[in-house]
Design a protein around this ligand. Structure first.
Ligand SMILES: Cc1ncc(COP(=O)(O)O)c(C=O)c1O
Length: 309
């Protein structure tokens, strides 16, 4: 979504490799790509779009600093991170603009399609409001001043979101934090569990583990399927591998870390209503697949249960 939005403006997307631990944009590679474009092309970088993947805020400390140094706008893609924070500042409040999606699978989802753009720039906000409604002027219903879109948030979806924000969002966030802690204690030492850096709170849009290689991921996914447990590979390919972007110029080394992770990552069931016993079963299936049937982890009884569960 973010990369095709760039193309629609007539600009050229330049991808940045990820940090293999957080799966988010690597600020060091961002700096390299900015310098590479400056030194080897006639183009000028204009903006950077970090996504808060799987609910974890990008490294805004370093990204905002770099963007300021190079005169770039930051457009923060907070579609997966509503409810998260970075050093106490909520996701969706970084950069010139931030966007979110209210698609039902997102941390703040409605019951259909929807989205929002956040900014504290009044001029930009006024322009966005015009664009949202066929380029209509703010002061007159039948005066159109620019080419726009129909991009209004549907009233029914807005009513659902209002209700969720007021009544459910904080409780759901707490439940997700608890679920993540339980996954971590069940899977630590067996697979690479998601990293949350100091000062960050994740919204846990996904709970994504990293397996040893593609073969081990296949085995784990098959074992989960045999036990009736769904899992998903988010994402099976990097943006640079999509047919839409395959012909874009790229750095000589490509994007090795994105490819490495896309071959090993696996997202497990994660939602505020998942039960502890379900998480324990998922952890047991994964542990047994990787370490063998007789694997007994510290503190577990013969059934793989932890005391008190
Ligand atoms: C990080 C991110 N950005 C943008 C989008 C696009 O959202 P929508 O389909 O509501 O436009 C998604 C949805 O999958 C997403 O995960």
């Amino acid at each position: 979504a973010a990369a095709s939005a760039i193309q629609r403006t007539g600009a050229i997307p330049v991808f940045v490799d990820i940090d293999p631990v957080t799966f988010n944009m690597d600020p060091q590679d961002l700096e390299y790509q900015i310098e590479r474009i400056r030194q080897t092309t006639r183009f000028h970088p204009k903006a950077v779009i970090p996504a808060d993947l799987f609910g974890l805020p990008a490294d805004y400390g370093r990204i905002l600093h770099l963007a300021a140094r190079h005169g770039l706008h930051v457009v923060s893609d907070a579609a997966q991170s509503m409810g998260a924070s970075f050093k106490g500042q909520p996701a969706g409040s970084f950069g010139t603009l931030a966007i979110t999606s209210f698609f039902p699978a997102k941390p703040l989802g409605c019951y259909g399609d929807g989205g929002a753009i956040f900014t504290d720039d009044d001029r930009l906000a006024a322009r966005l409001c015009r664009l949202r409604s066929h380029g209509r002027a703010a002061h007159s219903k039948y005066l159109h001043v620019q080419a726009g879109l129909n991009s209004r948030l549907d009233t029914l979806q807005a009513a659902i979101l209002r209700c969720k924000l007021q009544a459910y969002a904080p409780a759901e966030q707490r439940a997700l934090q608890q679920a993540a802690r339980r996954y971590a204690s069940g899977l630590k030492g067996v697979v690479q569990i998601p990293a949350v850096m100091p000062g960050q709170i994740s919204a846990w849009a996904q709970y994504t583990i990293l397996l040893y290689d593609a073969n081990q991921r296949r085995q784990v996914q098959q074992a989960l399927t045999r036990n009736g447990i769904p899992s998903m590979v988010y994402y099976p390919a990097g943006l640079h591998e999509q047919p839409l972007f395959r012909d874009l110029p790229r750095p000589p080394q490509g994007y090795p870390r994105s490819e490495w992770v896309s071959q090993r990552c696996l997202s497990l069931p994660m939602d505020p209503y998942i039960r502890e016993a379900e998480i324990d079963l998922i952890c047991r299936v994964i542990t047994e697949t990787i370490l063998g049937k007789d694997s007994k982890r510290e503190g577990e009884d013969a059934h793989g249960r932890k005391p008190g569960v």
